[in-house]
Design a protein around this ligand. Structure first.
Ligand code: SF4
Length: 402
């Protein structure tokens, strides 16, 4: 039986899970940028966990941060400034991604000098052999820094175990994503979001069990409607970021929405959308969000060869972020999805005050316009401070699609 939870309940459960794991002796390594080398952290015996935003944090004003800081980094920094986030043994900030993350990392180190902080620098270039080589070296340096700080060396055995666990969770999530596209009524988007949140909170065997249970019941139901091979075809097409060989979907559901955007929590978004009058979860066919699709559709790491190079290749193999080059490729993939999946409404989610999201959004809207797909931009912050106005905007948008 699938248990439905509100977003605040999901946050509460995530916090509780982290507390219990800490009490059980786990050392938790927090990260913010989604393309994190989970398997490398786990190879050092650490448990990686996304530093979650909190809907109740007062993120609106934090004098230590620069004025350009986005609402996500403000929210996280405010939590720490109010004495929270202390269950993390260390926190990793990304370099070369956006000014907000760079700034919050620098201010954090000054304001909380006793916290263990790490910096992992990503290549801005589109995936190429030189960007793989660059990231592989950064991952190697990161591994050395973890060993030096925690006195926990990289273990080949733990790495293999981590790759097996993470790959199985991701492959199951990918199947669920593909199954929802084929039949959105089979699995509520909020349920899929909760599974992803569990994975981001702590990639453990109990998360895998949960994902496998829902995968099994979903696939059983799906097989009564469509050929199972279709799920694999779609899953592989998403992984290749190429839908050319996929047939066009029928348009039996009148409103077929695609959610795109950056570092927005899928649980927060789905709960907000559910509160909009006339909105139904099966209108969401797919998301291309950083903490959603991009998290699930990261290729598995090969165990043959150098673990750092293979990890870098997998990380750079996922759909790129607005912080990276490769906009034209992302627009091409977006157009394929809009067209092949018969999407008739695009919701472009932007983290408030996120420069990369704001920079990319007009190109996404133009791509939709080229295909006569209406779109709406949704600037959203973790506290949903503009909730009433956003609800109105979505409601009006849905009316135009009906
Ligand atoms: S939401 Fe945007 S500005 Fe904020 S950390 Fe993410 S990419 Fe950077």
């Amino acid at each position: 039986m699938v248990i439905r939870m509100s977003y605040s309940r999901v946050v509460e459960q995530s916090d509780q899970a982290i507390r219990e794991l800490t009490e059980a002796g786990e050392q938790i390594l927090g990260y913010i940028y989604p393309h994190f080398p989970l398997e490398i952290a786990m190879a050092h015996g650490l448990l990686p966990s996304l530093v979650r935003t909190s809907p109740s944090a007062g993120g609106g004003y934090e004098s230590s941060l620069q004025t350009f800081a986005c609402s996500l980094t403000r929210n996280i920094f405010s939590q720490r400034a109010s004495g929270h986030l202390t269950t993390f043994s260390g926190i990793v900030f990304s370099g070369n991604t956006c000014d907000s993350l760079q700034n919050v990392g620098e201010v954090w180190r000054k304001r909380f000098p006793d916290d263990k902080t790490f910096r992992l620098t990503y290549p801005a270039a589109i995936p190429s052999e030189s960007s793989v080589t660059f990231l592989a070296e950064e991952l190697r340096k990161f591994s050395v820094a973890i060993d030096s700080e925690f006195k926990m060396p990289f273990s080949e055995e733990l790495f293999k175990d981590a790759v097996a666990l993470i790959s199985e969770i991701r492959e199951s999530l990918q199947m669920l994503y593909a199954a929802r596209v084929l039949s959105p009524k089979l699995l509520e988007y909020s349920t899929l979001s909760s599974l992803i949140t569990g994975f981001l909170t702590a990639p453990t065997t109990s998360v895998l069990d949960n994902v496998l249970e829902i995968r099994s019941s979903t696939m059983e139901d799906l097989e009564m409607q469509v050929d199972r091979d279709l799920v694999s075809e779609l899953q592989n097409a998403f992984l290749r970021k190429d839908l050319m060989d996929i047939g066009k979907f029928d348009e039996s559901i009148s409103i077929r929405l695609l959610l795109v955007g950056g570092m927005i929590e899928t649980n927060a978004l789905s709960e907000f959308l559910k509160s909009v009058p006339n909105f139904s979860e099966d209108m969401i066919i797919l998301d291309l969000l950083s903490y959603g699709f991009k998290t699930a559709f990261t290729p598995s790491i090969s165990l043959v060869g150098d673990p750092f190079e293979n990890s870098a290749r997998a990380i750079l193999g996922s759909l790129g972020e607005p912080t990276q080059e490769g906009l034209s490729d992302r627009v091409r993939f977006l157009k394929e999805i809009l067209s092949k999946l018969s999407i008739n409404g695009l919701i472009i989610c932007e983290q408030s005050f996120c420069d990369p999201d704001e920079f990319e959004a007009p190109s996404l809207a133009r791509a939709a316009e080229d295909l006569q797909v209406p779109s709406v931009r949704l600037p959203i912050d973790p506290e949903l401070s503009d909730r009433v106005r956003l609800e109105g905007r979505i409601q009006t948008f849905l009316e135009t699609l009906m």
